[in-house]
Every structure is written in C-alpha cells, then in structure tokens.
Design a protein around this ligand. Structure first.
Ligand code: F6P
Length: 353
C-alpha cells in the first residue's frame, strides 16, 4: 500500500479543509494510506502527524481554518534533511503541500532534492504565479465587500471618510475586487503607489460635488509615494514584515488636509475567518482531487493550478525564481508574485471620485 502525506502551511485560509477532505477521499479510494502532518513544516520536522481516515474528514467541508493546524515554519537546510529522513522513515511516497508562497517555496526546495511533492496554491491574497486563482480569495472578497457595504451606512450618515485596510502584501487583489464590488470611491494597491495630493484630490472633488463622504479601500502593502512608511519591525521566519497601519496613517493625513472627519477600519484576520464560499469549496475540492490524480500519474514536482477553467498541473520549477536575500544578499528561491494588471486597475479608476 502506498502512503500519501499532506500538510497545511502559512496563514489559515477558507477552503483548506475542503482540500484536505478531497485529497483524503480520493487517495483512500485509490488504496493509499493517508497521513496529515500537524502545523505545517514543523510537524514534518518532528514527525508529528495524524492518520487521515474517511471518518476524520467527515463534516469539515464547510469549516474555516484547517483541521491539521498551521505554522509559518521555514526549515533550515538541516531541517530539510530531517524532513527527508522522516518522510522516508514513515514510508511516505508523495507529499502534498497545501500553502502559499512560503510553503510552496519549501516544497520546491524539497522537489529539487528529489522528494516526490505536489503543491496546492492557497492564499486569500490570490498572488501566486502560475494559477489564475487561489482558493480562499473568493471568500475574502465577499467578506471585504460586505464590510464596505456596511461601512457606507456610517460614512453617509456621519459625512465621514472611511479608510478600509484590506489584506494584500505585494498584490492588492482583494482590495481591487472588493473595492470595485463594494463601490469604493478610491482603491489603493501595492502595485500602483500614489501621492497624498492625488488621494486628497479625489476626496475634495467629491466634497465639491456635494458628496460629503468617501470610502477608501487600501491594501495593507500600499506605498504612499515619497513617504517611507515602516509598518512594523517584526519579521516572520520567511523575512516578511508584519504589515498593518497604512489605513490609520492615511486617515490622519486625509482628515488634516481635507478637514473631513476620517476613520480607519482594519479588516485583518476577519477576512480569513469563517465558512468558505461555495466557490472556494468547489475550487479546493477540484485542486485536492487533481493533486491525487497527479500523484497517481507519477507526476511529482507539480503545482495544481486553474487555467482557463481547467485544473492542470504546472511545474513547480516554473513557479519559483531566485532572488537575493534581504539580509545576506545570497540567492534564495521564492515563489513568483502575480500582481494586479494595469488594465484591471483602470476599471476601478473609472469609479474614483
Ligand atoms: O495570508 C496572507 C496574508 O493574509 C497577508 O495578506 C497578510 O499580510 C498576512 O497573511 C498576515 O498573516 P499573519 O497575521 O497570520 O501573519
């Protein structure tokens, strides 16, 4: 009997349990023994796992989070040796790594060492190169859109500017989609830095037209042109700075410059919480089934991906590239980023002001 193991790494994300269930159900049907490592790569390093049976994955499809737990663990080279040793010791024939850019980077490093691994792209940020959509994004967009809808009430009633800070580190997909769907008056993304004059101009133009309120949707990674804005000095093990605070900073400047009372709302982890949408359950399920199909076909070193409506396998090697480490300058692997294209941002711009 062959053994398939899986793990979930990085931030929690709606739809993770749909993937775990799909991988387990499909693999068991194909006579695999199935294991789930606890808390991402940390679980593989410690050989901390649970058997995944049909009973264990019953009733989890609609649940947020991950029944396996997660962590932001970036294994050292020695820990990668330990991972390989543990996988061998447990008789794991193929490892399914469900995660975002960090988890998939580690999966790619393992693949380059000869380990059979298949990646499943997860992140609410929707910024993974090689796929047209990650699961979790749709749920986050719906949560953020509903928040913007609700914030219109206070903005209009109190004649305020409401700045909504939305997740999105290097890419502003959620802010873009929720901003357009929720009718935000200005959408600010990491991909398109702007200066404060242009931002305040939009608010003032609305004021001059008799609209004494504005909704500004800003992605957490947005950069104000000409202003070096440090959000935090805390970094995770992958070197990512903890973001948060751009909304509050923008809000203060807008109020000072326009004279309109302004407030900031940070949606934060609410965007990752709760039950996944039907779309994310379906996408996660399709990804999970395809991951096992690839394993059955002996096609490791792949990431499942959405391309023109179909679920396909793309080479993990094409999803990553080498970049210099911020601290040491040494080259290291990273998943390439998929950012919001200008033509899509131009659609949002039609509704600015
Ligand atoms: O899942 C990606 C993401 O949502 C980013 O947009 C955000 O910066 C990050 O996770 C924050 O995650 P945490 O607070 O769990 O470290």
């Amino acid at each position: 009997m062959k053994t398939l193991a899986m793990l979930t790494g990085g931030g929690d994300c709606p739809g993770l349990n749909a993937v775990i269930r799909a991988v387990t159900r499909r693999a068991i049907a194909e006579q695999f023994n199935v294991l789930g490592f606890r808390n991402g790569w940390a679980g593989v390093i410690r050989a901390d796992y649970i058997p995944l049976t049909r009973e264990r994955v019953t009733g989890i499809l609609h649940q947020g989070g991950t029944i396996l737990g997660t962590s932001r663990t970036n294994p050292t080279d020695e820990q990668l040796d330990m991972i390989t040793k543990n996988l061998k010791g447990l008789g794991v024939d193929v490892l399914v790594a469900i995660g975002g850019d960090d988890t998939l980077t580690v999966a790619s490093r393992l693949h380059q060492r000869g380990q059979a691994v298949i990646g499943v792209p997860k992140t609410i940020d929707n910024d993974i190169f090689g796929t047209e959509q990650t699961f979790g994004f749709d749920t986050a967009v719906n949560i953020a859109t509903e928040a913007i809808d609700r914030l219109h009430t206070t903005a209009e009633s109190h004649s305020r500017v409401l700045v909504v800070e939305i997740m999105g580190r290097q890419a502003g997909w959620i802010a873009l989609a929720a901003g357009v769907a929720g009718g935000a008056d200005l959408v600010l993304l990491p991909e398109f830095p702007q200066n404060i004059d242009a931002i305040c101009e939009v608010v003032k133009r609305r004021q001059a037209a008799g609209k004494n309120f504005s909704i500004v949707a800003v992605a957490e990674g947005f950069q104000l042109e000409g202003i070096e804005f440090t959000q935090s000095d805390k970094e995770d093990s992958f070197g990512h700075v903890r973001l948060g605070g751009i909304g509050e900073s923008l809000c203060k400047i807008i109020e000072k410059r326009t004279g309109i009372e302004s407030r900031a709302v940070v949606l934060g982890h609410v965007q990752r919480g709760g039950t996944p949408t039907a779309y994310d359950r379906l996408l996660g399920t399709r990804y999970g089934v395809k991951a096992v199909d690839l394993a059955l076909a002996g096609q490791s070193g792949k990431m499942v991906a959405l391309k023109a409506g179909e679920i396909v396998g793309v080479d993990l090697d094409t999803v990553v590239h080498e970049v210099p480490d911020k601290q040491t300058g040494a080259m290291k692997l990273r998943v390439k980023n998929r950012t919001v294209p200008k033509d899509l941002y131009d659609v949002a711009k039609v509704f600015f002001g």
